[in-house]
Design a protein around this ligand. Structure first.
Ligand code: PEP
Ligand code: CO
Length: 457
């Protein structure tokens, strides 16, 4: 495919305001890096993006549930087999809980293999009177507070591509090579703190799944592809538009444009203005796209975004990821859902219970209370149940490692524990045990909703 041809229509964003773009000090080096990127092979295939769009269509119709999760910001030095496996294990375990206890097919999408660019509230950071460019994700600059690290370096865009390729390669091996086999439900838990309440609760559920599988085998269901492999998709915020454009290609089957940096991309709360470059870019690609919506989102603005991004009203094309905060979701969400639903659009509604619930602890750590996370999820379900619409999924920041970044949960992490293992490159993540706690809660709510629906029949 000719990379020049592939960028002609997707390039139109260049005439519009593009927020949150790095100030690259060396334009020639940027242009060289982008030329290289445009010659690299795609990370994902258009057909896979279409498959995910179809699955998200089922989410929009209330037939399936989206589990989207991973790091706030991936780190180039975090691309190790252990870290990737731990993240996948956590997502597989959550998926098993939701599928079995919630009785709903789960679409699994990682914030993984591309989540290397971060929007920041200020372009500079000042410490002890010294001001440097803010950290914008490993695809742009380094985290250390030195002039050398913070200088945006376009070579990092290429490193982010290679890190994404290596990550996705292992993800594909794990998801199709037997590791995602449902008969591995115990294996995913093996190294996990067995004496944690979440680990024990999970072990009981895994035994039930084993029994169910044995029953299926006894009934003669021996070759269930769905039991042996799992579909797993990649996603990230489409923030760095030069990078995304260099990795946008024409699909040879259909002639459509696809971002081939990941299966699904989303637009963040800070870059979703209707007349801005990010929305323009997203409107040109055929991938399933998401938009984050914070408590300031107004119904008319959201409807305008829906008209621009999903003019054909195609279920699965657009996912609206609401992140209102526990205290505001019950107030702010209903008007948005009502307006969009009345327009005839069938979007997937997904709850991000993380980004509206961040605060700084006395120790200076950015953190989130697990109880606030749960409360926002509960509020999200309440709103959708009251309106008769579908609560389609959750979008969470998590890791498979035993970090101490969010407070609360079954393992009772307190504010004093934050300094013990605070490793995130950006926002605080749920650890494995908190992630499982969340999955059990969501499964309970889903199970209740299903029983209530059956009782009404
Ligand atoms: C994020 O998902 O890490 C993020 C920055 O979210 P939001 O755009 O919702 O603030
Ligand atoms: Co974040």
């Amino acid at each position: 495919m000719n990379p020049e041809q592939s960028t002609t229509t997707v390039d139109d964003w260049r005439s519009l305001p593009a927020e949150q773009q790095p100030d690259w000090p060396d334009p020639e080096a940027l242009s060289d890096a982008l030329t290289d990127l445009a010659s690299y092979p795609p990370l994902v295939f258009a057909g896979e993006c279409d498959q995910l769009r179809a699955r998200l269509g089922a989410v929009a119709r209330g037939e399936e549930f989206l589990l989207q999760g991973g790091d706030c910001a991936e780190a180039l030095d975090g691309v190790s087999a252990d870290q990737i496996r731990n993240k996948l294990k956590t997502l597989f375990q959550m998926g098993a809980v939701l599928t079995y206890a919630g009785s709903v097919p789960v679409v699994k999408v990682g914030r993984i293999a591309g989540q290397y660019g971060k929007p920041r509230s200020s372009p500079t950071e000042t410490r002890d009177g010294v001001s440097l460019p803010s950290y914008r994700g490993d695809a742009v600059n380094g985290r250390a507070f030195t002039a050398r690290d913070r200088r945006p370096d376009p070579e990092r865009l290429k490193r982010a591509y290679h890190a994404s390729a290596a990550t996705l390669n292992l993800v594909r091996a794990f998801t199709t090579g037997g590791y995602a086999d449902l008969s591995q439900v115990h294996a995913w838990n093996r190294d996990f703190v067995r004496d944690s309440p979440a680990g024990r609760r999970y072990e009981r559920l895994a035994r039930e799944i084993d029994n169910a599988l044995a029953f299926m085998r006894a009934c003669g269901v021996t070759d269930a592809e769905a039991v042996r492999t799992t579909e797993f998709y990649s996603s990230h915020e489409a923030l760095l538009l030069d990078y995304e454009t260099a990795l946008t290609r024409v699909d040879s089957r259909t002639g459509g444009l696809y971002a081939v940096s990941g299966h699904m991309v989303w637009i963040g709360e800070r870059t979703r203005r209707l007349d801005g470059a990010h929305v323009e870019f997203a409107s040109r690609i055929r991938n399933p796209v998401g938009v984050k919506l914070g408590p300031g989102a107004e119904p008319d603005d959201v409807l305008a975004l829906v008209d621009k991004l999903d003019p054909d009203r195609e279920p699965g094309r657009l996912t609206l990821i609401t992140r209102m905060g526990a205290g505001r979701v019950r107030d702010r969400l209903p008007a948005l859902v009502e307006k969009v639903t009345a327009s005839g659009a069938r979007v997937a509604w997904v709850c991000d219970p993380m980004h509206g619930n961040t605060f700084t602890a006395g120790s200076g750590h950015k953190t989130r209370r697990f109880d606030d996370v749960l409360d926002e999820v509960r509020g999200f379900f309440e709103v959708h149940h009251a309106l008769g619409t579908h609560p389609g999924g959750i979008h969470v920041e998590l890791t498979g490692d035993d970090v101490t970044e969010c407070v609360g949960g079954g393992s009772r992490i307190g504010v004093d524990d934050l300094r013990r293992r605070y490793e995130t490159a950006c926002d605080p993540r749920l650890n494995r045990s908190q992630s499982l706690d969340l999955a059990f809660l969501v499964a309970e709510v889903l199970g209740e909703a299903r029983r209530a629906k059956e009782a009404r029949r």
